[in-house]
Design a binder for this molecule. Sequence first.
Ligand code: G
Ligand code: MN
Length: 260
Amino acid sequence: MTRSAPVRLREAIENHELALHYQPIVDLRTRKPVSAEALLRWKNPEEHDEEVSELSADSEKSEAMFELEDWTMRTACEDAVRWQRRFPGVKLNLNLSAREFQREELIDRMAEVFGDTGIEPHRIHLEITESASISDPERASKILWELRERGLGLWLDDFGTGHSSLQWLKTFPIDGLKIPDAFVRDITTDPKCDVIVGAIMTMAHALELAVVAEGVETDEQLQRLVAHGCDLIQGFYFFKPMPMEEMAEILGNRQQSGSR
Ligand code: G
Ligand code: MN
C-alpha cells in the first residue's frame, strides 16, 4: 500500500530527499545576477530530481506541509546568508504560498528564522501570488505593510493570472512584478501576448515597479522583452535552477566577466 502524502513528506525531509535549487534573475544592463529564486526539488531516489508540487497539492492542509514550508524558508535563508557574504548585492527571492500567507504565526515565524540565520530582511524579495489576499484582504494588507516595515521587498508572482491583480497594485505596498512564462512563452508567436506584456511593462514602469520576465528561453523572446523595456530576466536562456554551490561558482565568475 502506498504511504500517505504527509508520511512521505516527513520521510523526505528526514531522509534529506528534498533540496533547494536556485535560479538567478539577471539584470540585462550588467548581464549579472541580481537575485536568485529558491525552488524546491524532490530528489526521488527512483526517479529523477522531481518537483514537489504534486506531493504538496496532496497534503494541502497537513501539518507536514507547514514543516516543509518552515524547512524551505530556513534553508533558503541559511544558503542566502552564505552567498551574500561574498556577493552582498545578490538577493534571495523566496516564494510564499497563499496558504503560508494565511498562517497566524507568519510574522513571528519569519522573525525567528531571520534572527536564527542572521539574514537581513532587505536582502529578501518575497514572491506572493494574487490569491493570497482573497479570503481576507484587510488582514493581507496589515501583514504586507508589516513585512514592508521590516524591510522585505514584496513582489507579485505570476502577475495577471490570478485575481484582483490591479487592486493589489492600488492597495498594497508592492515593489515588483513577475510576468509569468505563460505570457513570455508565446510573445513572438501570439500578438495578444506581445500586447499584454507591453501593457504590463508600461504600467509597471509608470508605477516605478521592478519587472522580471519569467521563463525566457530564446533570443527572439529576449529581443521582444527588450523592445518593451524589460531589464530583469529569469529563464533557461540565462540559467536553469541549480544547486547553491553551482550558483556561487557562477556568481564568482561573473564578478570578473560580464558576458552571457
Ligand atoms: O512561477 P514560478 O516562479 O514558481 O515558476 C518557476 C518554475 O519555472 C520552476 O520550476 C522552473 O524550473 C521553471 N522555469 C524557470 N525558467 C524556465 C524556462 O525558461 N523555461 C521553462 N520551461 N521553465 C522554466
Ligand atoms: Mn516564483
